[in-house]
Design a binder for this molecule. Structure first.
Ligand code: ARG
Length: 701
């Protein structure tokens, strides 16, 4: 019944490229030929007239894009949702389209003033009428989708566009008769591709390549078994024919200059309503409250960016700016996400930034019982480094043993309710584990101007730090080390063998000897090469005085390992007078505990190296407990391990010659991390020097 299909078009009498609102228009202002445009449009009009009934809306001066009637609105049955254009350049079209819909007997629905939605350009019915695909990301807001579901009484599936060349859904996506789908996967984020793949079986998906996509092959008018488009490659034509479609190509190059083609130039105005289809949308939204130095600490940017980066959208409902340097700001933001899963992902990250539900709207945290030792419920909340509270029995309970990447377990006992972080392997059957994101908040010091401070201290951005800047940061660290030592605090060092290779052993030894270190963490190698240097003067076979490799020196460390193994432990070797200097020596002599975590590449290992990694992690965790500062010296893996176990509030200083390592480690988003890109041997020598200065103010260097 081809006659029954009705399409709305608008002749290009006033068409031109007058402005730039999409990448196709760039460089094309007034470059389209009016004659050619009329000719191409008329051709399309003729083709469609043969297979459908075409109605016309009169074009208007001053709104050159009105030819693209796909953007007039979205029609389903008697109802039309009028577009709200994102760009002011096109907003002048709205009253004309509204009049046309009203004059032609449609119920016209209008979205709130500031909620953009660009009609059938961004909303395409499944051709079997089962649901509506709706795009967002460039022109239409995610928050418009629930309105579509409600007003048109149809299920809405939200798809996020990520390539600005394909700014409308109909530029990269075209549902076809028989449940087929012609689309360009590269225009969507992975989450949306996943939804598409779940809804449309592989045999019905015609995924096109970029070369076809940029010819607007997805911008196709589909009438029954016919598809009309600007241009298609022979392989695409073949796939369409194999699926039973007749392909008609008709050049629309003049309209491509404005970023549109066949489908954009049309609006289907008699979409049948299926009786058993009803409105629903997985889109979720909720209001969150943010407080603190939202602007100068960058919290606002980070929050809103992460919402969008994860596929959500937001609306700032109110923002009260604290005007004094020290006053804090607060904001209420409505967050929307295409479904529950994305909402939880976004919420998890926002909670970490300190966002919370408004106090009149907090519910208790949800829990699920652990049903298998060492395995958390699927939806378990993953902890972060910040002090966290969970809502239990309508009260906030502070989480103990805060660490990153754990679960949170709630205990009801005689003295009330407690909560603690537990890594998943430690969970036991029956544990009550927090799931979802309700009733969880991180407690940040509102007065922290976090990021600001962080930027002043760390300078990973600048690549390798300048000498003077290293000196400055060393001065700061030396001062803090002194403070911590003098008040009986705790500094833990995690160090890699590079410390030895770069000549840092004597400096680190001195730090241990002088009481600046209360715990040492590392792998087999730091201890091996430290002892190698003590016993043989080399580090990995390199003479530490001359800096040149020693004949057969690569065997030195094995001899050393063997020797220590003979004595049973590093401590024994020290006590027996075999090891007489070095970092490990000082640790033993000054009762500084150390933990050495093994790895697959370890030679030996030394008898002290813990090859059971779970035990090693426990030993690390124990040594870290109560630390005020952690010095991470050129060891990426051990430092990451340490970082994961350490709650916020512990100052971390990460030194590495590789800026990438420093960035990775100090980027915990917390005020306490400082990154120093420099040679670790040099760093340690500067540090020891500076500490000497602090001890004897008159000493000259
Ligand atoms: N220049 C118009 C714009 O950027 C082109 C619209 C194309 N229409 C469409 N449904 N894709 O809005």
């Amino acid at each position: 019944m081809t006659e029954s299909i009705r399409i709305l078009m608008c002749a290009p009498d006033h068409y031109d490229v007058d402005y730039v609102i999409n990448p196709w228009m760039e460089g094309n202002i007034h470059k389209s030929s009016q004659d050619k445009a009329v000719e191409q449009w008329s051709k399309l009009n003729q083709i469609l007239n043969d297979i459908a009934q075409v109605d016309l809306v009169e074009g208007q001066p001053g709104v050159p894009d009105m030819v693209f009637t796909a953007n007039a609105g979205l029609v389903l049955g008697e109802n039309a949702v009028l577009s709200r254009f994102y760009h002011p350049e096109r907003q002048g079209e709205e009253p004309h389209f509204k009049k046309w819909f009203a004059d032609n007997g449609f119920n016209v629905f209008e979205l709130p003033q500031d909620l953009p939605f660009e009609g059938a350009g961004d909303a395409l019915l499944d051709r079997e009428g089962r649901w509506l695909w709706a795009g967002y990301g460039f022109r239409s807001e995610l928050d418009s989708h629930p309105y579509l579901a409600k007003w048109l009484d149809i299920e809405v599936l939200s798809l996020r566009l990520i390539d600005d060349r394909f700014y409308h859904l109909d530029t990269c996506f075209c549902p076809l008769t028989g449940g087929y789908l012609l689309y360009y996967p590269g225009a969507f984020d992975s989450y949306s591709n996943h939804i598409i793949e779940k809804r449309v079986p592989e045999s019905k998906r015609i995924a096109i390549a970029e070369a076809d996509a940029i010819n607007f092959a997805c911008n196709t008018v589909n009438v029954e078994q016919t598809v009309v488009m600007n241009k298609a490659s022979s392989s695409l034509k073949q796939s369409l024919e194999d699926a039973g479609f007749t392909v008609i190509e008709t050049p629309l190059t003049e309209f491509l200059k404005a970023g549109g083609a066949a489908k954009c130039l049309t609006l289907r105005i008699n979409e049948p309503v299926l009786p058993d289809v009803h409105g629903s949308t997985p889109v979720e939204s909720r209001v969150l409250h943010l407080e603190g130095h939202l602007l100068d600490a960058g919290i606002m940017n980070r929050s809103l960016d992460l919402v969008v980066d994860n596929g959500g959208s937001f609306k700032v409902l109110n923002f009260n700016l604290g005007v004094e340097r020290n006053s804090i700001s607060n904001a209420d933001v409505r967050i929307s996400a295409p479904d529950h899963e994305v909402m939880e992902k976004i919420m998890g990250q926002l909670i970490e930034l300190g966002a919370a539900s408004p106090s009149d709207d907090v519910s208790n945290a949800d829990t699920e019982t652990c049903d298998l030792d060492g395995v958390a419920p699927d939806d378990f909340y993953v902890s972060n480094i910040y002090p966290t509270e969970v809502r239990v029995d309508n009260q906030w309970v502070r989480v103990q043993k805060q660490r990153m990447d754990g679960s949170i377990v709630i205990n009801h006992n005689a003295d009330g309710v407690t909560a603690e972080c537990k890594v998943i392997r430690d969970l036991v059957q029956g544990d009550s584990v927090v799931v979802g994101v309700e009733g969880i908040r991180t407690v940040r010091k509102k007065s922290n101007r976090e990021l600001k401070v962080k930027e002043e201290f760390s300078f990973m951005g600048a690549g390798v730090s300048s000498e003077r800047r290293v000196e400055l940061v060393v001065e700061q660290i030396a001062w803090e080390l002194r403070q911590i030592r003098d008040r009986g605090g705790k500094v833990v060092v995690t160090a890699g063998p590079v410390v030895i290779h770069t000549g840092g052993a004597k400096h680190l030894s001195k730090l241990v000897r002088d009481g600046y270190v209360q715990g040492l963490l590392g792998g087999n190698a730091i201890a091996v090469h430290d002892i190698e240097q003590s016993l043989m003067g080399t580090s990995l076979g390199v003479d530490m005085q001359k800096g040149t490799p020693v004949q057969g020196g690569h065997r030195h460390h094995l001899k050393v390992i063997n020797k220590v193994r003979r004595y049973g432990s590093i401590a024994q070797a020290v006590e027996q007078g075999v090891i007489t200097q070095g970092i490990m020596y000082e640790c033993v002599k000054h009762h500084v505990p150390f933990a050495l975590a093994g790895s697959i590449r370890d030679d030996g290992p030394l008898p002290d190296t813990q090859m059971d990694l779970i035990k090693a992690q426990e030993e690390y965790a124990q040594l870290i407990e109560g630390a005020d500062m952690i010095l991470m010296l050129s060891t990426m893996l051990h430092s990451i391990g340490v970082g994961n176990m350490t709650p916020a509030g512990v100052k971390m200083v990460c030194v590495d010659i590789n800026p990438a390592v420093v960035t990775k480690l100090s980027d915990r988003g917390s005020v306490e991390s400082v990154g120093v890109v420099t040679d670790v041997g040099l760093f340690l020598s500067l540090l020891v020097n500076q500490l000497n200065k602090l001890t004897s103010p008159y000493q000259t260097v």
